[in-house]
Design a binder for this molecule. Structure first.
Ligand code: AMP
Ligand code: MN
Ligand code: MN
Length: 326
């Protein structure tokens, strides 16, 4: 049984424990790592023993500038304990990865998330699909619990907010209010923005040049919305930085002739991490809900940004997605 809580209820759960494991999702993005790092730092400052991790626990280079990223431990090194496990930005229990031994030993599991597709797990769950980022929810919990927000916490939370709002293109006035509060608390935005949104290795540019030659466009698909596709095969992905690969979807999203973007990433031979993106195409062409496609394929996400994991060769994977997109 999962009990739904608000920020105050989540703060009450936190206050019951003196040892807490803080986890975010596999292949973390800046919201996963930033929201968890911000919470971890606030709890440590309150004298709580904190284990901050994800599966397997290697922080990608592009996220290493988030304050607290250096304190992440490998999931195997988190001791089993009878306290609290908090999961952040995880749309389902399997997005946490191999956490079963920690989950079963924990007396309580607090889920903090903003994915509408979240089916509900844990003993307590703060789920708000209207929140621009999971980092936003962490700030609400810290406020409700009276935890001081220092500059490093603010920077870590800002990392999640700026990336999950597409640099404040969506999220509404609330996202700007949250940003204002974080900047007032000392969030560093300039170097962080460069690290998270612009930076990549020089070598990546040549890889990108080769990859982009294989991009394809189905201009008439999805009722005339158009779909742009790119597959990154295992032999390329195995030598690239994960955050460089993850950044590819923003190139696809910029294609004017397509309202849907599909990026297929073969992180393991025959196993594809799929990123789906959607936008509206003007009058008569509203945005399709790609989270419905992701959910049908066992994944989840938001209406305009979703993902799933698929198995098989690239043609069969593409055919299944194409069939669902219509
Ligand atoms: P990504 O394409 O990995 O940036 O993910 C886009 C959105 O979909 C994010 O909000 C993810 O948390 C969510 N998502 C990605 N993959 C999965 C999955 N396998 N299961 C559930 N949600 C996912
Ligand atoms: Mn995420
Ligand atoms: Mn998020």
């Amino acid at each position: 049984m999962t009990r739904r809580v608000d920020a105050r209820g989540a703060a009450e759960v936190l206050a019951r424990h003196d040892e807490v494991t803080v986890l975010c999702h596999l292949r973390p993005d800046a919201d996963a790592l930033g929201s968890s790092a911000g919470l971890a730092r606030a709890l440590r400052a309150a004298g709580i023993t904190v284990h901050h991790s994800f599966d397997p626990g290697l922080v990608p280079a592009g996220l290493s500038g988030i304050p607290g990223a250096d304190l992440v431990v490998s999931l195997d090194d988190v001791p089993v304990h009878h306290g609290l496990v908090v999961t952040l930005d995880c749309a389902s229990a399997d997005r946490v990865g191999g956490w079963e031994r920690l989950r079963t030993a924990a007396s309580e599991v607090l889920v903090v998330d903003h994915h509408a597709s979240n089916p509900g797990f844990g003993s307590h769950m703060l789920l708000d699909p209207a929140a621009a980022s999971t980092a936003t929810l962490v700030l609400e919990i810290l406020r409700a619990g009276g935890y001081p927000v220092d500059a490093d916490i603010a920077t870590a939370l800002y990392a999640g907010l700026v990336t999950d709002t597409g640099s404040f293109r969506w999220g509404g006035p609330g996202a700007h209010d949250t940003a204002s509060a974080l900047i007032a608390a000392g969030a560093e935005t300039t170097r962080l923005g460069h690290d998270l949104l612009d930076a990549h290795s020089f070598a990546w540019l040549t890889v990108l040049g080769r990859l982009l030659r294989s991009v394809t466009l189905d201009a008439e698909s999805v009722g005339g919305r158009g779909t742009v596709w790119l597959a990154v095969p295992y032999d390329v992905i195995s030598t690239a930085d994960e955050d460089d690969v993850e950044s590819l979807v923003s190139h696809l999203r910029g294609v004017r002739e397509a309202c849907v973007a599909v990026l297929l990433k073969e992180y393991l031979p025959g196993e594809w991490a799929v990123s789906l993106r959607s936008r509206d195409g003007g009058p008569g062409l509203d945005a399709v809900d790609v989270s419905a496609v992701a959910v049908a394929l066992g994944g989840g996400g938001h209406p305009a940004a979703a993902g799933c994991t698929m198995h098989g060769d690239v043609d069969s994977v593409m055919a299944r997605i194409r069939g669902l997109l219509g």
